[in-house]
Design a protein around this ligand. Structure first.
Ligand SMILES: NC(=O)c1ccc[n+]([C@@H]2O[C@H](COP(=O)([O-])OP(=O)(O)OC[C@H]3O[C@@H](n4cnc5c(N)ncnc54)[C@H](O)[C@@H]3O)[C@@H](O)[C@H]2O)c1
Length: 278
């Protein structure tokens, strides 16, 4: 299957940041797009801009935390384009704060969107890809937080690590079936986006994390650059997508600490690759 011109890409969280960058790169490659986001007006703007550039785009306002809405998104893709080739489970939100102070509702929001959204995407689209029998690719946006835990990001770390586990499991399962469906998981550090607008926490005295994260994200990788790296990985059917290579040192240190059974130590130093809170 050529995953270029004419392929159908479904992208959630497509109205902003990383999702928008992925949509623009997919459009540049001549793909047909099914764009989803909870923010109706931003979604309409992205859709209109891509259509003005000549792309075939359908958009659907979707809350990925609601199974019925993801089912409706799949049905919309099939109705409009007859099938799907690439599924980007990308929508996500931020929550900072001490783990014991984060409210039940805030924990639930992260579980519903960051993890539930990917579970729903897999349950709705993988059976379709299998039925179609023409191959496909599932790309889940986790985070560096899917591999390395930072303090004050408990629900974000928990949901992103679950997305990595789910992606790896899916990869093994599809290989067991010898299914021609690839899986990739994206684990970026800071990328310039609006994600901090979704944070329901203001800094308290001992905690300047939202401010620090906000700065890192404002200065983060350009979504267009990230999207180009993601599509390179898709072309190569590569599972791991780690766009910020500098964090590999911290990852090695973590594995070393597990193998050596030494206590984990957090170091907030970008040069050492442990300021990985996004
Ligand atoms: N920006 C970063 O530094 C960074 C780093 C690593 C991973 N990520 C991940 O990248 C993904 C995209 O985030 P972003 O940084 O582009 O942020 P963003 O806020 O710019 O974009 C996220 C989009 O998802 C949408 N969205 C939020 N909740 C939704 C829901 N329930 N249903 C449908 N759409 C929803 C928002 O409306 C928004 O348009 C997220 O999963 C995020 O966790 C971001």
């Amino acid at each position: 299957m050529s995953r270029q011109t004419g392929s159908v890409a479904v992208i959630t969280g497509a109205a902003s940041g990383i999702g928008r960058g992925l949509a623009e790169e997919a459009a540049r490659r001549g793909m047909r797009l099914v764009l989803a986001d909870r923010d109706a007006s931003a979604l309409a703007q992205v859709c209109a801009a891509l259509q003005a550039g000549g792309s075939e785009v359908v958009s659907r306002v979707t809350d990925v935390g609601q199974l019925a809405q993801v089912e409706a998104l799949r049905d919309c893709a099939v109705e409009r384009f007859g099938g799907v080739d690439l599924v980007f489970n990308n929508a996500g939100v931020m929550q900072t704060g001490y783990s014991w102070e984060i409210s039940q509702a805030q924990w639930q929001r992260l579980l519903d969107v960051n993890l539930g959204g990917v579970i729903h995407g897999i349950r709705c689209f993988v059976p379709l890809l299998l039925r179609q029998g023409r191959g496909g690719h599932v790309i889940n946006t986790a985070s560096l937080a899917g591999l390395l835990s930072s303090p004050l990001l408990a629900p974000y770390n928990v949901t992103k690590q679950a997305v990595v586990a789910l992606s790896e499991t899916l990869h093994y399962e599809l290989a067991l079936l010898d299914a021609p469906i690839a899986v990739s998981v994206i684990c970026p550090g800071a990328v310039a986006s609006s994600i901090m607008a979704s944070n329901q926490h203001s800094d308290t005295a001992g905690d300047g994390l939202s401010q620090l994260l906000g700065e890192r994200i404002r200065e983060g990788m350009n979504p267009a650059e990230l999207a180009a790296l993601v599509f390179e990985a898709i072309d190569a059917k590569r599972f791991w997508v780690l766009p910020h290579k500098e964090f590999k040192v911290a990852l090695q240190r973590r594995v070393r600490s597990i193998l050596d059974e030494t206590n984990p130590q957090f170091q907030l130093s970008a040069s050492e690759g442990e300021a990985h809170a996004s």
